[in-house]
Design a protein around this ligand. Structure first.
Ligand code: HEC
Length: 414
């Protein structure tokens, strides 16, 4: 009997995800028409539109989304992370940048973000055991009071924590026969179920609700993440695949126990492509982008979009002379892959301030997530008084001009 049961839980799960403050993502939102008019995040901030209304009001939300201005954000494969899966590394080896478009709405209590990007083939978690799901994440800096000292963009770093909200795509359906066919499913109401069966059903629903599909955590690097279970009540995220695009929506309180957002704050985006076996650190990642709620001074925007006025050709000469022994970048492939982080996409994921800080004071941010015991010949850091100290030499002896030239050159690598 049990084997014949096919139970759809799509509606209870959707209800679970959409409960509370989630905005309904109406089909009426037109994405493609506004796409071409999106200004680039390299030139400006994501400016949130004031939403005078209740975020649960689907109709007025839909028209507000339509009218909100959009910003295009480039994401690049995160190269500092090496998977131990050769197949996955191969799939990502020649991967290029992905463009996402971002819109934002806010009212006195809440901020809502919409992110959409092209992905011709959706893949879902739970479709089969060897498939990975698409997904997206929005990362916030826990403290961005000094825009020159933002956390490491790839999941934070020691003493510079980030808060990350992640949503993976899921059909959220219980399909006990394992043949992947969801179309024949029945819903609970139309089943004559009693007692034990209903208990089993509830258990399956609970399991889905608890799984990894939606997650919030604080991180100071890959190896120090703390899941925020209580955050489940303070944010909502959702993903819809339509016309070859994913549309992710995200709503959270502007102020909650884990994060207090001011009128300008940085976000970074991550996208996972299940068809490219993306999971964990294997993903596309943007640089920090400023979000502005109403009119602001624009200080953060200036800090994250600033382009060094250095000489790119001279920067490359300096880089080949000083950096290629340890780092892979551009056409420089002499260093071993594990020796130091791959800098091939550094410009797409880092602000100029960060690159200059890395040169003057390498220990200010030690790229996290690297297992130094696995590669004793290539220790990225030493430990001193419990702190990580970078093994990269400081280039504080260089002139401002040389540092600017190097930063100008590395900003071109993406
Ligand atoms: C002796 C080897 C060595 C040399 C030479 C070296 N680095 Fe590094 N670099 C490292 C190591 C190891 C790390 C990882 C630890 C850390 O974050 O400091 C690193 C990290 C970095 C990072 C942070 C990477 C990221 O993904 O955020 C940047 C940027 C960087 N180096 C730039 C440079 C530049 C530019 C030069 C040349 C002027 C250079 N490095 C020279 C070893 C080196």
């Amino acid at each position: 009997m049990k084997k014949l049961l096919k139970i759809a839980v799509a509606s209870p799960i959707a209800a679970l995800l959409m409960s509370g403050c989630a905005p309904s993502t109406e089909k009426t939102v037109e994405l493609s028409s506004s796409d071409t008019s999106c200004k680039s995040a390299e030139q400006g901030a994501v400016v949130a539109s004031k939403f005078d209304g209740n975020m649960n009001d689907a109709a007025s939300l839909a028209s507000a989304w339509k009218n909100a201005s959009c910003t295009s954000v480039m994401l690049y494969p995160q190269k500092t992370v090496h998977s131990n899966d050769k197949n996955t590394n191969g799939l990502m080896a020649d991967a290029k940048g992905v463009k996402a478009s971002v819109k934002a709405l806010y009212n006195d209590q809440k901020i809502a973000l919409m992110v959409y990007w092209d992905d011709s083939e959706a893949s879902y978690q739970g479709e089969s055991a060897d498939k990975y799901s698409d997904g997206f994440a929005i990362q916030f800096a826990k403290d961005s009071s000094d825009p020159k000292k933002l956390p490491y963009v790839g999941m934070g770093s020691d003493d510079r924590p980030v808060v990350i909200y992640m949503q993976k795509s899921t059909k959220a359906s219980f399909e006990p026969n394992g043949n992947g066919k969801h179309d024949m499913q029945l819903d609970e109401q139309s089943l004559n179920k009693f007692g034990e069966e209903l208990k089993d059903y509830d258990k399956e629903v609970a399991k889905l609700g608890d799984s990894d599909f939606q997650k919030a955590f604080v991180a100071e690097g890959f190896r120090s993440t703390t899941e925020l279970r209580d955050a489940k009540n303070s944010f909502n995220a959702d993903m819809v695949h339509e016309n070859g695009k994913w549309r992710g929506t995200f709503v959270k309180d502007i102020k909650d126990a884990n994060l207090e957002l001011s009128s300008e704050f940085p976000i970074a985006l991550a996208i996972w492509d299940g068809n490219k076996e993306n999971r964990d650190g294997q993903k596309w990642l943007s640089s920090w982008v400023a979000v502005e709620l109403g009119k602001t001074q624009g200080n953060l925007e200036k800090a994250v979009t600033s382009v060094p006025n250095g000489n790119v050709a001279n920067g490359k000469t300096l880089a080949v002379e000083n950096c290629a022994a340890c780092h892979i970048f551009d056409d420089q492939k002499m260093a071993s892959a594990m020796q130091a982080p791959d800098l091939s996409a550094l410009g797409g994921q880092s602000t100029a301030e960060y690159i200059i800080e890395s040169l003057k004071n390498p220990s200010a941010v030690v790229v996290p997530g690297y297992n130094r015991n696995a590669y004793p010949n290539f220790k990225w850091y030493e430990l001193a008084d419990g702190k990580r100290v970078s093994t990269m030499p400081a280039y504080d002896w260089m002139s401002e001009e040389q540092l600017n030239d190097l930063a100008a050159y590395f900003k071109t690598l993406k």
